[in-house]
Design a protein around this ligand. Sequence first.
Ligand code: HEM
Length: 459
Amino acid sequence: MSNFCPAYPTPRKSRMPSWKAFFSSRHSWLDLLFEKSYSMQMGQVSLLNSTLFMPNEPTCVHRVLSDNVANYPKHQLLGDALEPLLGESIFTTNGAQWQRQRQMMNPSFAQARIQVAFAHMQQATDAMMTRISRWDFQQSRDIQEEMTLVTADVIFRTIFSTGIDAERAKSIFTAFNEYQALSPRLTVPAVYGLKWLTPFWLRRRSDRAAREIRHSLLAMIEPRFNVRDEVSAQANCNDILESLLHAKDDITGDRFTLEELLNQVAMLFLAGHETSASALSWALHLLAHSPDIQERMHEEVTAIAGMQALQSDQLKSLELTWNVFRETLRLFPPVGFFARSVVDTDKIRDKTLHKGDSVVIAPWLIHRHRQLWATPDAFDPDRFSRPEGRASARDAYLPFSSGPRVCIGAAFAHQEAALILANIVRAYRITPRAGHVPAPVGRLTIRSANGIFVQLSPR
Ligand code: HEM
């Protein structure tokens, strides 16, 4: 059986003029890409006062993310875009401030902690399976909604030891959708050096959405912050907030202030569920078009766990399930690109990068690069078990970035995804809605503009 090739915006024959690119990228930055973007070693775009470089070639990418990482801090535009929502959180800070935050947060994501998080993941997955069991199985649904809910529930439980209630979930999702939809319209003018073109009412709407989310999260954090030194108050809370409340700066011994805690929790909540929701929704789309892979996954899961609850040590044996998730992240990397700025002159290939220039690393392009992957547009999970696929993965696969700023939640995300996918495929067959073709758009994460409609049928 030939492998399914999911649709994505047809690249243009040639590069768009800058003025046209400006308006297109306000909808989705995927619309900017042209055929050569998928085969070039290193692209270059002149902006008003600087140059933007896009390295795809593995050694160039490695130079930016690892070898000369100090020269390529996170881009200020990212900070500007996310600051109203996440404050000065680990996702956007640089230098000593980032180092302190990373050191204080690493223990929350150590292997032992992820084992503890497994119980919360199981509860959220069980709640998802109960919700799904009440669906009308004659109808197809936009699976993005359920995947957003379950991943928010997972991260909420792992941070706070309690599930997300329907009212809070609704208010956070509505506000975040508003924030996400406005984000390209706020950042694109800044990329072109035209920040003054952003209408003030858009910024006001975006700030209001950010305030609503922060307000909701603060209501969960503050009561525990106020009693953090009372041992009895912590007795039943073996969660991420507990670990952050007591995290200490190695050098000063200081702990996070309430404001810092709110920033980190907001960041974990959003980075932790939006990315996983995007990936899981695309995984179900790809599986819906690949019945043979579903059957093999079903065999794999039932051979290992029967109809019993999956345990964390069993997840590691689900080779095909992991490969499905890996391959989904290759085709639809939730963080489709990440931006860095240039601190000092550097040379990459034949190009000279100057202070103030920008560098964009785009997993979306690198993962579909014509010279770096065989059959780059095809959904082929087994490639990760073949030698040539492993070689491509070693050189040209970075859904979680790489180097010191690699995603802190990668192991967490793999465990969560394997558990959710295995549970769904064990109980249901997934089919696509006839005639529906999801339309990927690049915003904060890669989502579908017209939903991802699939139908589940009990096995
Ligand atoms: C499929 C799921 C996920 C994907 C694809 C993903 C991807 C990424 C990427 C690409 C980065 C680096 C961005 C950059 O360099 O600009 C990143 C950073 C980060 N992610 Fe994830 N992520 C996922 C899930 C999670 C989860 C579940 C958590 C936490 C519970 C998390 C927390 C973070 C944090 C804290 C950072 C910043 C790390 C630092 O700068 O030191 N992510 N993620």
